[in-house]
Ligand binder design. Structure first.
Ligand code: ADP
Length: 532
């Protein structure tokens, strides 16, 4: 696939603008763990891989910064004067699912358009790090990994506490390998395979260099969309899906905050992502999460859900929201599990440990939530810092506090020095004995915390991913309350619900957007052709 230097620069620009908007610093993808749930399996190997990934992404960040200085913000996207009144297919949302759907629609001979409400494409997809889960892939076979679609099915179902939509899940696992092949054919090669929590086999596919999947995937998809001549409008906020004779017929979209246009289409694909940045919706479905910070980009406001409900569509699992335990509250920045995986511990305001830091996300979150102000400190030493490269990024962002001694660190962060010192002494003895009598931690204990200087990051839980959403079938048709498809209306990605049930496994969100995004592009195209 041809990639000109100019295009690369434009893509870097797009990515950095997006990240700036997200308020996450320019390498949010570095440390965001789209990784799921039962993360007790953050093994030392995985932790090291993640550190390497973070390092590679830091490099990208430096390049992006270099490439973007002085450029204007929306270069590379379709200018408004090229807007048509009508398209075969309107795709709402320029994240992973939307761009994937657009590429399949174009391949089917359609004339699709993508409307993205933010200043750049990418959505939350840009922030994903773990990779893309898939089973029975050519890359697994080449690397001697014995996996099966059935095992992938079983483990995802177990991870979701048996609440996943099993029809969707079956389709998902059975089409995962072909999705990896399809990406490869688009110049997006995910052949470096690792493992995330809740799995027995390595099936999390990452870029060759082990870097975070989100930036690589988004820049690849944007390049492909541009190469295919698919119009991608940014600052294009879709407000309503129009209907004629009970069939989706187009959208009302506001450009640049004021210029409203009605665009007609033979079909509409909703790929607007989740609602993790919409405090009102969060409060409505999960009053207990009111006021939590979010790791989501600001465009994740659940617009697609509201628009689909207005057409009679229905939702599922809306109260199933994944909360990540270690998010810096001031900058809403996710502190990756690698820091704990490499040996970090969590302490309360007395300097005491209070949980097995390597327990599942929900359990660690629950323990932090019981503390005063939901505040905890992640404590580590210079050894952890050298093994978890992502920490350099946290330092650049001003999130890390340091002390030459444990006492100095305690003073710096306002914890009782004696308490913190006693905690570290006990912890180091536990590491030496390979037994954590207090909380039963078993992983992330290869190294103690005895190498000065000492460090702390203040953290608390943050909203990370919305598992619920609109109900679809395996054709990605949006269903109404009677379970019937609404003609001409399709949805894919985080906007949909059901696949993950109550608990998403790390690496399954990227797989979902590619697998169901492709299907949406194919099925919407068939629908349009059938009506021509
Ligand atoms: P997914 O992973 O499902 O693709 P993402 O979060 O990556 O989800 O992408 C969804 C995209 O949809 C985001 O870039 C978001 O800004 C965009 N979006 C959300 N609501 C609208 C809307 N009303 N109009 C246009 N784009 C939207």
């Amino acid at each position: 696939m041809k990639r000109s230097k100019t295009l690369t620069i434009l893509l870097m620009l797009a990515l950095s603008v997006m990240l700036a908007i997200a308020g996450c610093g320019s390498s949010a993808g570095t440390t965001q763990e789209a990784a799921g749930t039962d993360s007790t399996a953050t093994t030392e190997g995985a932790a090291t891989d993640k550190a390497a990934a973070a390092e590679a992404t830091d490099q990208k960040e430096a390049e992006a910064t270099e490439a973007t200085s002085g450029a204007s913000e929306t270069v590379g996207y379709t200018p408004l004067d090229q807007l048509q009144e009508s398209y075969d297919i309107v795709i709402i949302g320029g994240g992973g699912a939307g761009m994937t759907a657009a590429l399949e629609a174009k391949a089917a001979g359609m004339n699709p358009v993508i409307f993205e409400k933010m200043e750049a494409a990418g959505g939350n997809t840009l922030k994903s790090s773990s990779g893309m889960n898939a089973s029975e892939t050519k890359f697994q076979k080449e690397q001697g990994i014995e996996d099966s679609n059935d095992l992938f099915f079983e483990e995802t179902l177990k991870g979701g506490h048996d609440t996943n939509n099993q029809e969707m899940l079956r389709y998902f696992v059975d089409n995962s390998a072909s999705a990896i092949d399809w990406l490869d054919s688009q110049g997006i090669t995910l052949d470096n395979i690792t493992i995330t929590g809740g799995m027995k086999e390595k099936r999390t596919h990452r870029p060759t260099d082990g870097s975070a999947v989100g930036q690589y995937l988004v820049s690849g998809l944007v390049a492909d969309v541009q190469e295919q001549g698919i119009p991608l409008f940014v600052n294009a906020d879709v407000k309503e899906i129009t209907q004629e004779n009970g069939q989706a017929s187009g959208v009302k979209v506001v450009f640049d905050g004021s210029d409203e246009k009605t665009i007609s289409a033979g079909a509409v694909i909703v790929a607007t992502g989740g609602f993790g940045a919409n405090q009102e919706l969060i409060k409505q479905y999960r009053p207990d999460l009111e006021g939590y910070v979010t790791t989501n980009q600001p465009g994740s406001t659940g617009d697609g859900i509201t628009m689909i409900e207005a057409l009679g569509g229905t939702t599922v699992d809306m109260d199933q929201i994944q909360v990540h335990p270690t998010v810096n509250q001031e900058k809403s920045y996710l502190i990756g599990e690698v820091v704990r995986g490499e040996g970090g511990i969590l302490v309360d305001k007395e300097g005491n440990r209070f949980v097995n830091e390597m327990d599942t996300r929900d359990n660690v979150t629950a323990a932090i939530t019981k503390l005063d102000n939901r505040e905890s400190y992640l404590i580590f030493d210079s050894g952890v810092k050298s093994r978890a490269k992502a920490i350099e990024q946290y330092e650049k962002m001003g999130l890390v506090q340091a002390g030459e001694t444990v006492e100095a660190l305690a003073e710096q962060i306002g914890l009782p020095a004696e308490g913190l010192k006693a905690t570290l002494d006990t912890w180091n003895a536990s590491v030496a004995a390979k037994k954590d009598a207090a909380f039963g931690r078993e992983t992330g204990m290869d190294n103690d915390l005895s190498g000065a200087p000492y460090y702390a990051v203040k953290i608390g839980p943050g909203i990370h991913y919305t598992m619920g959403g609109v109900k679809i079938n395996n054709n990605t048709e949006v269903l109404n309350t009677a379970g019937e498809a609404i003609p001409g209306l399709y949805a894919a990605g985080e906007v949909t619900g059901g696949l993950h049930g109550q608990n998403r496994i790390g690496g399954n969100s990227v797989a979902e957007i590619v697998i169901f995004g492709r299907e949406a592009g194919v099925k919407a195209s068939e629908f349009v052709k059938g009506n021509q």
